[in-house]
Design a protein around this ligand. Structure first.
Ligand code: PRT
Ligand code: ZN
Length: 220
């Protein structure tokens, strides 16, 4: 369980969000220490840093091993749906505290250049490769589309060439990866950026530390 005195913050250890997450904490007035404990100058904000793979952060926060976490909204929503659907220990109180304004990307459908795509119903009967099966399933259900989901943990853009899928649903930032694989983006289902989130009713002591860090109202 998270330490009582310290607000425990889980961030990505390596990868795209690591340096911006550290920069965000720096801009909150914290300096990183050798022991991964962060302090402001007055030592009133006690924060402990946990650096892990982004995929593990929602579970660490859900299980209250960490108090708050920083991940992409894409990872947050995917794991939120998965954890809420867990019959044994459903997690109900995942909550976005703040959008952080970095790590922008979108989760979009992309099709091979030789495939016609005019409307969402063109997805019916197709095989769609993704690393985000929960988000995709939710979208397909909400839009009454009957398609097959093919899960891949990475390199989703290669799926059409390998005949694993007709279409992909993957993260896009500049669009260069799609171009390199003769794919074109046709429909965005989620605009994402890094977010700060929690899953617990924080103690008043930790609430104080958190608001001294980020201040202001919750974004939602
Ligand atoms: O090791 P760990 O599991 O922690 O990291 P990871 O490899 O799972 O994640 P990482 O570091 O690649 O991304 C972390 C987060 O950054 C994602 O969850 C997103 O919220 C955000 N982000 C922002 C992106 C991108 N931009 C992005 N472009 N995540 C991935 N991509 C990939 C995308 O999957 C595709 O392969 O980049 C490619 C597309 O980029 P463009 O610029 O060619 O369109
Ligand atoms: Zn990851």
């Amino acid at each position: 369980m998270a330490d009582k005195k310290y607000l425990t913050v889980a961030i990505q250890k390596n990868g795209r969000l690591n340096s911006d997450s550290l920069q965000f904490l720096g801009e909150c007035g914290l300096t990183i220490n050798f022991d991964f404990k962060l302090y402001d100058r007055k030592k009133s904000s006690k924060v402990e840093l946990v650096c892990v793979r982004d995929d593990d952060i929602p579970r660490l926060v859900a299980e209250q091993i960490c108090d708050v976490g920083i991940v992409g909204k894409n990872v947050f929503l995917e794991r939120k749906i998965a954890l809420e659907a867990n019959v044994a220990t459903p997690v109900k109180n995942f909550e976005i505290i703040r959008n952080l304004g970095f790590g922008a990307c979108r989760l979009s459908f992309a099709v091979p250049n030789n495939i016609v795509f005019e409307k969402l119903t063109d997805l019916n009967g197709k095989k769609i490769a993704t690393s985000y099966p929960y988000l995709l399933k939710k979208f397909l259900l909400e839009n009454n589309i009957n398609a097959q989901i093919v899960y891949l943990s990475g390199s989703v853009e290669i799926a059409p060439k390998l005949k694993l899928a007709d279409i992909i649903c993957d993260l896009v930032a500049t669009g260069n990866t799609l171009l390199q694989h003769d794919l074109r983006e046709v429909y965005c289902i989620l605009n994402s950026e890094a977010i700060l989130f929690t899953a617990s009713e924080l103690s008043s002591q930790k609430q104080l530390i958190l608001s001294s860090l980020v201040g202001g109202p919750v974004d939602g």
